[in-house]
Design a protein. Structure first.
Length: 257
């Protein structure tokens, strides 16, 4: 009898472990699929995520290999690349209408600020996200797209981006530079009872990324517009072309977000 009871207990424990592992892998896969499905609907670009690992017991997780592609017409491989990110959430909130994320940390993201002197890749992506989430501040809000705003609501108490780099690229000059991305620290996103959607969260974060990237890139662009170190004779530009480039960069710097 004791052997039977022991066998039953072992079987129950094994079954529980299998269920936990099954939910764990299902959840990780669901998050990855969600990012790669909803992301492109928001950004109108390719969005890839290498892997997600989330502990249901502690609520801690790791995200690896997040890449946001560029809109059509831009030449650099990607707009945003994040090698590693970590998060901490309240596991029990996964069963509620609003998922509570205590913290998200993005370390060392690679941001590409590419311009053809008429538009900027990051601003184009932000415009796409604003359109999808109905959050543009440039005019009346557009109707929210159900696909981009479906799913659970979110609350993110602390969102930190640090150690990032901005790759400033002007393909028509065949020139680029790398500058530091200022730290970005957002708090109490979706703190109220309504929370925020994934689209709204993306808009708020991306808006800060675009602003800080533009701030970091402005010095390099200013040097270009003044005919500084990047506009050398080595580029082989004609006087007329150089003047057009200088004017184009000057106009770009004057544009407001």
């Amino acid at each position: 009898m004791k052997k039977i009871i022991r066998f039953v207990l072992i079987a129950v424990v094994v079954l529980i472990l299998l269920v936990v592992l099954g939910v764990h892998f299902f959840l990780d896969g669901a998050i990855k699929r969600g990012v790669e499905t909803i992301g492109p609907k928001l950004t109108k670009t390719e969005v890839k995520l290498n892997s997600v690992s989330l502990s249901l017991l502690s609520g801690s997780g790791k995200i690896k290999g997040l890449v946001v592609g560029n809109p059509e017409g831009f030449k650099t491989p990607s707009a945003i690349s994040v090698g590693n990110a970590s998060l901490a959430l309240q596991p029990k909130s996964l069963l509620s209408d609003k998922v509570v994320v205590n913290s998200i940390l993005l370390e060392g993201p690679e941001i590409t600020f590419e311009t053809d002197l008429k538009s900027v890749n990051l601003k184009k992506i932000l415009s796409n996200v604003e359109e999808a989430s109905g959050g543009s501040e440039k005019g009346p809000s557009q109707p929210k797209q159900p696909e981009a705003n479906a799913g659970k609501k979110l609350e993110v108490d602390d969102f930190l981006i640090k150690g990032g780099k901005v790759h400033v690229s002007v393909p028509m000059l065949n020139q680029s530079a790398i500058v530091n991305l200022p730290e970005i620290h957002l708090q109490d996103l979706g703190k109220g009872p309504e929370g925020i959607t994934a689209g709204e969260l993306s808009r708020l974060v991306l808006k800060e990324v675009v602003a800080k990237a533009e701030e970091a890139a402005s010095g390099v662009l200013s040097d270009m517009s003044k005919g500084g170190q990047f506009l050398t004779k080595d580029l082989g530009l004609s006087t007329n072309t150089a003047q057009k480039v200088t004017k184009g960069l000057g106009d770009l710097l004057k544009k407001k977000q």
